[in-house]
Design a protein around this ligand. Structure first.
Ligand code: AMP
Length: 352
């Protein structure tokens, strides 16, 4: 067990790291952020900050030696240099979880082995591969970069086979997926302790626009609710197979044939932000508890219902208006520049 007062290392300097650090502070921990960018909104609320690149093994090792445990808030970190962290401090979730989740082909194959069902998919590098994938799977579909994509970035809609000619394949590993006709989207957010105890939060219905999460609602719509049991069973198999420690999120499409796996995130997740006020223990606090070996908190609901809206781009400028309703819980991430499509904050409302 890592007792309060010790230092937790966080790889990545964004809002997820910031909210992990705030939860850790409530439990009496210090946090130290490692991030390549100087203006880190996580580092702003932490005791320590190392600003260095993901390939700087000496800096990663020195950072880890100063931490009792290290976690990450960003999964597009190259795994190779991170061995310098894992050699010098416990790293949770493990490198294996990161390695699988940061590559869509590995992630889909891994979940299939455990009995999960992703959309029909095929790995693509060349134009010929793409043509063959469309011939086998059909159109419409979505072409996604295998690595480094987030919030709808690195994705191209393919409406007809003719669209394939327009895509500029750069030699990067990609995945072509059949388009899923879904009646809703939802996520399973769980926490697993080192002893293998697993707890689930209620699954929210998630709404995305342009590939970005805009709203999570609990309880989920009834079309989603009937699929949560199967989805949880798969998420538990994934967590157990990885001997996972911390918060894990799996995203699903609800379809007439049951839940279709979309992707997983080996970290706290945007569709779990509602848990800060809406659950008895937030995803951030339980992540800290899990990685430090503390008993897990209750994931039960703190209200009859919860709605979380992301503040994307200019929407964050409405903070005064949002605060004029005393029922709104406003979270601003402190990002200096407002950009279209950028997650600037979120607002949570409880249904009491
Ligand atoms: P992703 O970054 O893969 O999570 O995709 C972002 C969003 O794009 C998803 O939450 C869906 O709304 C949509 N999307 C992604 N893949 C598919 C698919 N195969 N079929 C239908 N919609 C998809």
């Amino acid at each position: 067990m890592i007792p309060p007062g010790e230092t937790i290392g966080i790889l990545g300097g964004g809002q997820l790291g910031r909210m992990i650090a705030l939860a850790a502070a409530n439990l009496g921990y210090r946090c130290h952020v490692y991030a390549p960018e100087q203006d880190s909104i996580a580092a702003e609320v932490c005791a320590g900050f190392t600003c260095a690149g993901w390939d700087n093994e000496a800096a990663l090792a020195a950072f880890a030696r100063n931490c009792a445990v290290v976690t990450y808030e960003f999964e597009n970190v190259p795994v190779g240099p991170l061995r310098a962290v894992a050699d010098n401090a416990p790293l949770h979730p493990s490198l294996r979880a990161l390695e699988i989740a940061q590559d869509r082909t590995k992630e889909k194959a891994f979940v299939e082995e455990l009995g999960g069902r992703p959309a029909p998919w095929q790995a693509v590098v060349t134009a010929d591969d793409l043509e063959a994938a469309i011939a086998r799977i059909g159109a419409p579909g979505i072409l996604k970069t295998a690595r480094d994509g987030y919030d709808g970035k690195g994705q191209w809609r393919i409406r007809t086979a003719g669209d394939a000619a327009q895509v500029d394949l750069s030699g990067k590993a990609m995945v072509y997926e059949g388009f899923v006709e879904f009646s809703g989207e939802f996520s399973v957010v769980l926490v697993r302790s080192a002893e293998g105890e697993v707890r689930f939060w209620d699954s929210p219905s998630n709404r995305h626009e342009d590939g970005i999460l805009v709203q999570s609602t609990v309880p989920a719509s009834h079309r989603v609710a009937g699929q949560v049991r199967d989805a949880r069973a798969l998420a538990r198999r994934v967590a157990d197979a990885l001997e996972y420690v911390g918060v894990l999120c799996l995203e699903f499409f609800a379809t007439d044939e049951g839940p279709v796996f979309n992707e997983m995130a080996p970290r706290v997740h945007n569709s779990g932000h509602w848990t800060i006020e809406g659950a008895l223990t937030s995803q951030f606090e339980n992540h800290v508890r899990a990685i430090c070996g503390l008993p897990l908190g209750d994931c039960g609901l703190a209200a009859r219902g919860v709605v979380m809206d992301n503040l994307i781009g200019d929407a964050a400028r409405d903070w005064a208006q949002i605060l004029s309703d005393p029922a709104n819980h406003l979270h601003l991430y402190g990002k200096a520049a407002v950009r279209p499509g950028r997650k600037m904050g979120h607002v949570t409302r409880l249904v009491l």
